[in-house]
Design a protein around this ligand. Structure first.
Ligand SMILES: [Zn+2]
Length: 476
């Protein structure tokens, strides 16, 4: 059997044509969706990149692997073997076209071939990734194989797409879908953060959100073209007839909605991801599955399909019966954890999302518990209007957590003591120094930063808006 696993890093689900985007960003992915099974409610269990890929390949949730945000590596417990390791032991050839391993060395286990398309984290372009993937398939196409193809488009700073892709998405056409940015514009720290962040690579600190959206979509279109080239190779070589083709992402993206940019939170726009599976002659073409699944469910599903034993000590469950027999997916709800700019846990059941914010980072408009109607406005907390629903979901989340922890401590609560990794990012340090009085006035934030940086933080003068020399030009 052959499995080609494509991930478009940072691909927000509702920016694909097949998921309802109003612009033609993804003709090739849409075509694959028409030939395969499209999943409507696939969620990352852990945000952002390192914890979710860890969940995908290990089949385990971050609450059990110890990987949160970009931190926790030291706490990672090897646990049962990962997907690629199990397949390699079963005689498969395993290959990864990715430079993810520069920051996630614990994910290197089990790959017989690792080809980084660039010589640094996020290096390389989509055409280079496709070239390497085709080269690897030409060398190993006759074997049972598992190939991980990791594109860094559309990840920020949204500058890799050539001009022929950029001009397809004119900025002025995005005015009608761009967020109004009210939560960014009323928070000076976040406004500075936004301007500093988007200035990198393009030199335009005042970039409006519609320009950001247009650039992001051009990145999706660029990656989609390369997915199309890889799928064409599979189909023309005959590999496509027998290969399970997977197209997904590790998390989505925010463009200013509800006060967030990038992917350092776990609200719906970040944790809901695209997922398409194609297996000609076996999976029903043009079909759709509505039930909840995790990215972490892919591991046991692939093993189930391959007829390889699934480790018992994992959290993921095979959803193969949902594809082949029309049965329900294994989940009634999902829970997503995040420790980045904020520390949060979200539960989604039916149309409702309960978000528990353990640490709000620099955000000032977020309540500890919020309730959103996913069929309504994603910037409106409805916890005040629906107190019974709020209590019901709080109890469900508490019950789920108790079952997961078995009496032990909650690692996300422990991680929140230091705040999220973004609090040490040069862009945040720049923003903090520009508004030091506000930071000092935010008791929780200031205490967290003191824990992270030690008493040396006190040496910063109350009026000192000077960016330290070492921080200049560091944000990428
Ligand atoms: Zn990512």
């Amino acid at each position: 059997m052959k499995v080609v696993f494509i991930s478009l890093d940072t691909a927000r689900v509702d920016h694909f044509g097949c998921y309802g985007h109003p612009f033609d960003t993804s003709p090739n992915v849409d075509k694959v969706a028409g030939q395969g099974v499209q999943f409507q409610r696939c969620y990352a269990s852990d945000v952002p990149t390192p914890p979710e890929y860890t969940a995908i390949f290990s089949g385990r949730l971050g609450i059990h692997t110890g990987i949160f945000g970009f931190e926790g590596q030291g706490a990672y417990h090897p646990g049962p073997p990962m997907l690629q390791e199990i397949l390699a032991r079963a005689g498969w050839r395993t290959g990864a076209i990715s430079n993810l391993f520069y920051t996630c060395p614990w994910l290197m286990r089990g790959w017989q071939d690792i080809t980084p398309p660039g010589l640094r984290f996020q290096g390389g372009t989509a055409p280079e990734v496709t070239d390497e993937a085709i080269r690897w398939l030409k060398n190993h196409g006759e074997n049972d194989l598992f190939l991980f193809v990791h594109y860094w488009e559309p990840h920020q700073p949204y500058v890799k797409a050539p001009e022929n892709h950029r001009k397809l998405f004119p900025t002025n056409s995005y005015k009608r879908i761009a967020p109004d940015m009210r939560f960014i514009n009323t928070n000076p720290i976040m406004k500075t953060f936004y301007e500093y962040y988007h200035a990198k690579g393009e030199g335009d600190p005042k970039m409006p959100s519609e320009e950001v959206l247009a650039r992001y979509d051009s990145q999706i279109h660029f990656a989609d073209q390369e997915v199309g080239r890889l799928v064409d190779y599979l189909d023309q070589s005959g590999l496509g007839d027998e290969a399970l083709l997977i197209v997904t992402s590790d998390h989505g993206e925010a463009f200013g909605e509800y006060g967030f940019i990038d992917h350092y939170t776990c609200y719906e726009s970040i944790s809901h991801v695209p997922l398409i599976l194609r297996l000609p002659g076996k999976f029903p073409a043009g079909s759709s599955v509505d039930g909840f699944i995790y990215g972490a469910d892919l591991m046991p599903t692939i093993l189930d399909l391959a007829g390889v034993d699934i480790p018992s000590a994992i959290d993921g469950e095979s959803f193969l019966p949902a594809i082949l027999e029309g049965k329900s997916t294994p989940r009634d709800f999902i829970v997503t954890d995040c420790n980045a700019l904020v520390t949060q846990r979200m539960m989604v059941r039916n149309q409702w999302a309960l978000v528990h914010t353990i640490h709000p980072g620099p955000q000032t408009h977020i309540k500890p518990y919020e309730l959103f109607d996913l069929k309504g406005d994603l910037e409106s907390d409805l916890s005040g209007e629906h107190p019974k629903k709020l209590q019901e979901m709080q109890a469900e989340l508490a019950g789920w957590l108790a079952a997961q922890l078995g009496g032990g401590p909650d690692p996300l609560q422990q991680a929140a003591q230091q705040g999220g990794w973004m609090l040490s990012h040069p862009a945040f340090i720049h923003s903090m120094l520009a508004h030091l009085d506000l930071v000092r006035g935010n008791k929780l934030l200031w205490e967290t930063l003191r824990r992270r940086y030690g008493p040396g933080l006190e040496l910063l003068g109350s009026g000192g808006a000077q960016e330290p020399e070492w921080a200049r030009g560091m944000a990428k």
